[in-house]
Design a protein around this ligand. Structure first.
Ligand SMILES: C[S@@+](CC[C@H](N)C(=O)[O-])C[C@H]1O[C@@H](n2cnc3c(N)ncnc32)[C@H](O)[C@@H]1O
Length: 265
């Protein structure tokens, strides 16, 4: 397929599913509850083709799931999965040479998921999209490792991202991270521990005069408490409750242990 035809094809596909993404996501800051009234809100950073997002949305109709995906061709797959009611046949069964229209007529139709959507953008600072405490939880599954140290800030578990996740999550909410990558996991745990220690130090060492305001962050007593941790998720007590992602299944098939941490804010 020529590049132009591919782009045209992509634009047509996008048009067909754009209602399953958010047109102006920054304008939704503080207003996501209007889109999903009465639901607890969860963010998945880098949702890929949306398998995890759709499975969670199907399992938990009481919640709403917002996935972010910066590559449009991949975000499209997530949007198509939402439209297909989480039926991941839409990802698997395109026969060689089959036209999408024919495929769509063949795959059994289901109701689109009403509790999931996609932000098809590169998220630099999640605080541009979500107000303080707006979310109940954040997921970052198999995020890009960015191994070069000069790219450290791009890692979705760098300090600035972790601080942003804490800010946009309500007190008592959580962050869950899964990865196949040992170096990224080590880095992530270091960042979590440093941020947590920052809180501990501030809480115990700071002497305040009566009436003097607490330092930022210390006042609410919230920190980064590691609640669950495993270097081999699928051989741990947490295996039974795990909801797998596309990348996770790929790594499991190769026998790579999945690293997992859950942080309580
Ligand atoms: C390695 S894939 C993992 C996909 C999925 N979470 C899974 O486990 O199967 C990471 C995805 O995150 C997306 N991504 C990376 N940085 C991003 C950012 N800052 N904002 C939104 N998406 C991002 C990439 O395009 C890619 O599709």
């Amino acid at each position: 397929m020529s590049r132009q035809r591919k782009l045209k094809h992509e634009a047509e596909r996008y048009d067909a599913v754009k209602e399953f993404s958010v047109a102006d996501p920054k304008a939704m800051k503080g207003r996501w509850g209007e889109m999903f009234p009465g639901k607890d809100l969860y963010l998945e950073m880098g949702c890929g083709r949306g398998q995890f997002l759709a499975k969670q949305a199907l399992r938990h109709p009481e919640n709403a799931y917002i996935g972010t995906e910066c590559r449009l061709s991949v975000a499209l797959r997530a949007m198509e999965l939402i439209r297909a009611g989480g039926n991941d046949e839409v990802h698997r069964n395109l026969l060689p040479g089959e036209r999408r229209e024919d495929f769509e007529a063949r795959v059994p139709a289901k109701e689109p998921l009403s509790n999931a959507t996609v932000i098809a953008e590169l998220i630099g600072d999640p605080r541009d999209y979500f107000a303080d405490g707006e979310l109940s939880g954040v997921y970052a599954n198999f995020s890009d490792p960015w191994p070069k140290s000069r790219h450290e800030k791009r890692r979705m578990t760098s300090k600035s991202y972790l601080e942003a996740y804490r800010a946009i999550t309500r007190p008592g909410g959580f962050l869950e991270i899964k990865t196949d990558n040992d170096d990224l996991f080590r880095f992530t745990l270091e960042m979590i521990n440093e941020l947590h220690e920052g809180f501990e130090t501030r809480r115990t060492d700071t002497v305040r005069m009566p009436g003097e305001p607490a330092e930022e962050g210390a006042a609410d007593g919230r920190s980064y408490v590691i609640e669950e941790l495993s270097y081999d998720l699928h051989r741990s007590n947490y295996a039974a409750k795990d909801v797998t992602t596309q990348y996770e299944e790929k790594f499991m098939a190769k026998g790579v242990p999945i690293k997992y941490v859950r942080v309580r804010f």
